[in-house]
Design a protein around this ligand. Structure first.
Ligand SMILES: Nc1nc2c(ncn2[C@@H]2O[C@H](COP(=O)(O)OP(=O)(O)OP(=O)(O)O)[C@@H](O)[C@H]2O)c(=O)[nH]1
Ligand SMILES: [Mg+2]
Length: 450
């Protein structure tokens, strides 16, 4: 599995106690900062351990790997922090091999796992390469619970803007919580701490699909930690500031990869979640800081339009994957989304020539009144769990048909939260998560009846 270049790097490094792994693809402008923060964190907080930083890159054409290699070396960190670590910090940047012809974040992490296992590290920290809010303390916060607290998996807890993290808020958080009973607020945050034992578990586990090689990896890691009975906690990292993404424009493929993965794992782990009722808090580590993440723009109009248009092209797939009453509710909402879109266009005079796209706030005020109820959304997701079991060969088509429905649901949350602080918007995420738990008997009924 390891390429000759990777084997050579492993042979040169021999052993390490703690590793920071950074997957990348065209992140030349941001990765230098992440590497510096990782180095400083290792040197400052773990001066007695043997540390290594590994960048696993897709072969980016923008010079990402060169930036990693050119970043100030570890002795610079020692000078600015006035630390004399026992061991030299090692640093490697390499190109990861694809897995069965598929590259992506998951394939990058697989190489990171293999190196971590070969070096026999006790703790692995993985962080995204587009982070702007990472500081040296993130390394301590993500590795500390493993090295000092006996945990195996550390999920991040951060303040995100109320319109950011829509796949997390609408699917992975409420579904993971309702299925497995653990309130892991950021199951796909992207920044994690993993014990050596759990790294080995990942390498031995099956279910490595093309989606896992891409953005399915985060929810796969979290779910396997939970279903494998590993000790899980969360670390308070402050704000997550990274390259922003508009859900309607950028998140379709990621949604498909994440949701296909979480559904397949739900089917495979039914025996675990069938007995689970309610949910528990997951311990959180670290100082709670007040942080205000930067605002994120969302094109609400486009979300509404895509939901509405999908009613014409995808209605038959919706009927295949949802029971009649859920499908009817979704079709009714898509109709409403279309009417709302027209109302917004008229109110903001958007069809006039030369009109710029209005701000998120203006669009969502004009769209006020459109609401995709929590209970309908929860049933849609639970119905998909059942569909994933009963028609596995149709799963990819079903999840593709779910994307515009998710757009409708996101539009509804953006509209609902338009005037709320990020903190208050959190209440609606919690309300929805409780609705998933409340409706879990619906899932169990459908699961056992079919
Ligand atoms: N190696 C590799 N890394 C990737 C690829 N795509 C993304 N990544 C890395 O995965 C990490 C997360 O990717 P992002 O695109 O920032 O996604 P995200 O932040 O999880 O997504 P949102 O939170 O929804 O914005 C970054 O470190 C990327 O460099 C890829 O094709 N190959
Ligand atoms: Mg990102």
């Amino acid at each position: 599995m390891l390429t000759p270049a990777i084997r050579e790097a492993v042979a040169r490094l021999e052993r390490a106690d703690i590793m920071v792994g950074i997957p990348s693809f065209k992140n030349a402008t941001t990765i230098g900062y992440v590497v510096r923060a990782a180095q400083a964190g290792l040197v400052q907080y773990f001066p007695d351990l043997r540390p290594v930083v590994v960048n696993s890159d897709a072969g980016s054409p923008d010079g990402t790997q060169r930036v990693v290699v050119d970043t100030e070396p570890p002795d610079y960190v020692e000078r600015i922090l006035l630390v004399r670590p026992t061991n030299r910090l090692a640093r490697v940047s390499l190109t990861y091999p694809e897995i069965d012809g598929t590259g992506g974040k998951g394939a990058a992490l697989r190489t990171i796992f293999e190196i971590a296992a070969a070096l026999e590290v006790q703790a692995l920290v993985v962080v995204d390469s587009d982070l702007r809010s990472i500081g040296p303390e993130w390394i301590e916060l993500l590795a500390g619970p493993i090295l000092k607290g006996g945990y195996d998996y550390v999920a991040p807890l951060y303040a995100r803007h109320k319109h950011d993290g829509t796949i997390t808020n609408n699917v992975t958080y409420p579904l993971t919580r309702a299925l497995y009973g653990l309130r892991i607020r950021q199951p796909i945050g992207g920044d994690f701490g993993v014990s050596g034992d759990l790294v080995r578990h990942y390498l031995e586990a099956g279910h490595w699909t093309p989606e896992v090689s891409r953005f399915g990896i985060d929810v796969w890691m979290t779910t396997l930690a939970v279903t494998g009975g590993f000790a899980v906690c969360q670390a308070r990292l402050g704000a997550k500031v990274h390259d922003p993404k508009d859900p309607g424009a950028d998140l379709g493929p990621m949604f498909r990869q994440v949701v296909t993965t979480i559904l397949r794992l739900a089917v495979a782990n039914a025996d675990r979640w069938r007995q689970v009722r309610g949910s528990h808090d997951v311990p959180a580590y670290g100082f709670e800081r007040v942080a205000d993440p930067p605002p994120l723009d969302v094109n609400v109009l486009r979300l509404l339009a895509e939901f509405h248009e999908a009613a014409l092209t995808m209605a038959s797939t919706w009927h295949e994957m949802l029971p009649a009453d859920t499908a009817a509710a979704v079709l009714g909402l898509a109709e409403e989304a279309g009417a709302t879109e027209e109302k917004v266009r008229a109110a903001l005079d958007l069809d006039a020539p030369g009109r710029d796209r209005p701000a998120t706030a203006a669009m969502s005020s004009a769209a006020a009144g459109f609401a995709f109820p929590d209970a309908v959304w929860a049933r849609v997701i639970f119905d998909l769990v059942v569909a994933a079991r009963d028609q596995p060969e149709r799963l990819e088509a079903f999840v593709a048909a779910l994307v515009p429905v998710y757009f409708g649901r996101v539009a509804s949350s953006v509209i609902e939260n338009r005037d709320l602080s990020t903190e208050r918007a959190e209440d609606s995420v919690e309300r929805q998560a409780r609705e998933f738990e409340r409706l879990k008997p619906y899932l169990i009924n459908r699961w056992t009846q079919a």
